[in-house]
Design a protein around this ligand. Structure first.
Ligand code: CTP
Length: 410
């Protein structure tokens, strides 16, 4: 909980500084006291007046201001905080922090503080990936500095990639987790399906689809980051197994269902897999050969619906069941119909028509359809979608009460 916590927010000079008024607003709403320090470059993007109006406190900018030094020396500024948050933290700010440079109020404070420091980096993808920044981040992390993000997505400079400052709500969530000393989904178990399924025709041929598994894997990781014990049931994908997660690799829809059933009971189920709706009846035991006669035709049988099975009432029904609706038209209407038909609690509806590049791509546009309404999320990276969904799930379950089935099955 942030109630009563004193946050010293240092705003350095990146375009993402435009998000800091919203960050201050959300921190205050969460019960924190916020005092802001703005660098000279930061002042180019957000004014002291905006931040002081929202924080209800003076904004500090100048190391050599006699008044500031008299009222509140730089040592006191950090002494009177419970935590120091640098958001946005530019590549330059991280470099100065890593190398102990103290040439303005913000960096002097960061060198003088003995309080926990969290940073939300924000910079162009190439600056984030540069060896100098990588080394600085490693050095800072080794000294106990926490990095929040950055996210992937469109950048102000027109490029796409990792380097966008995390959204204010994610930063607030990270601060909450820091103060609670435990992650918001600690004690909760989750099962996540991901990727396509392969339905065999014969020992060498199969029916498949274009799902990459990126979204499902990112969701498993995001739930794990928030402390959940996660079992990821993945169809055949070209992705590495995420760290710290129990991964069950499967081929067919029936294998996937069996692996999901073995992972129950679980508090949370997220079905992000693109499960093949049909399998071939009477899969050939030997490789089918061309013999010059008719081309083969296949009879198909419907596969078990994993999401509908998880959503059915019963002792093993997870407390929250989330499905995806991959649609190419009338996205919301089809998602609403799917929510009702499958009996799940939420549906993440997304447009997967080829023009969107969703299948296999790194970005996704999701509409969260619940029984009470629809939330339209902006187009963002699959990782950002995953973090947002995990945060929503944590907020929902924590509002409902504590975990009832800790641990789950592996
Ligand atoms: N799903 C599932 N098992 C299946 C089919 C789908 O668990 N056999 C899940 C998916 O993981 C997803 C949701 O159901 O969360 C919707 O999948 P989608 O392919 O969009 O819908 P379908 O139910 O297959 O319906 P349709 O193909 O007619 O749109």
């Amino acid at each position: 909980m942030l109630n009563g916590k004193r946050v010293l927010l240092i705003v350095t000079g990146g375009i993402a500084a435009y998000k800091t008024p919203e960050l201050v607003r959300q921190l205050i709403k969460a019960g924190a006291h916020v005092r802001c320090v703005l660098t000279k470059a930061g002042e180019q993007f957000v004014t002291p007046l905006t931040l002081s109006s929202l924080s209800g406190d003076k904004v500090y900018t100048d190391l050599f201001s006699l008044t500031d030094e008299h009222d509140m020396g730089h040592i006191n500024l950090s002494r009177e905080a419970d935590i120091v948050l640098v958001a946005p933290a530019t590549a330059n700010a991280l470099a100065k922090m890593a190398h102990g440079i103290a040439d303005d109020l913000a960096t002097t404070l960061l060198l003088a503080t003995d309080k926990p420091v969290l940073t939300a980096p924000a910079m162009n993808v190439r600056m984030w990936e540069h060896a100098a920044t990588r080394d600085n981040v490693k050095l800072l992390q080794a000294r106990g500095v926490t990095m929040i993000g950055p996210d992937e997505g469109d950048m102000a400079c027109g490029e796409w990639g990792e380097g966008r400052m995390s959204e204010p709500e994610d930063i607030v969530l990270a601060l909450n987790a820091f103060f609670d000393g435990e992650a918001p989904l600690k004690g909760f178990s989750a099962v996540v399906t991901s990727g396509p399924t392969h339905e065999a025709i014969d020992p060498v041929r199969y029916i498949a689809n274009r799902s990459s598994g990126k979204q499902g894997h990112a969701i498993a990781e995001a739930l794990n980051e928030l402390g959940a014990h996660v079992t990821l049931v993945s169809g055949p994908v070209d992705l590495a197994d995420p760290q710290g997660i129990t991964v069950k690799r499967v081929e067919s829809a029936r294998d996937m269902k069996a692996a999901v059933d073995r992972a129950l009971p679980a508090d949370i189920a997220v079905c992000a897999a693109a499960v093949a709706d049909w399998r071939v009846a009477g899969e050939a035991e030997q490789k089918m050969k061309k013999d010059g006669s008719a081309t083969p035709s296949f009879e198909t049988i419907e596969n078990p619906d994993i999401l509908a099975g998880l959503s059915a009432p019963g002792p093993n029904r997870p407390r929250l069941v989330v499905g995806f609706a991959a649609e190419t038209e009338s996205v919301i209407e089809h998602a609403r119909a799917k929510l009702a038909k499958k009996g799940c609690d939420w549906i993440c509806a997304n447009d997967v028509s080829p023009a969107t590049g969703t299948f296999g791509g790194d970005a996704n546009t999701v509409h969260l359809v619940t029984r009470t309404g629809v939330e339209d999320w902006p187009t963002q990276s699959k990782r950002a979608v995953a973090r947002k969904l995990a945060a929503r799930i944590a907020a929902h379950l924590n509002a409902e009460g504590t975990a009832t089935k800790p641990g789950g099955a592996g």
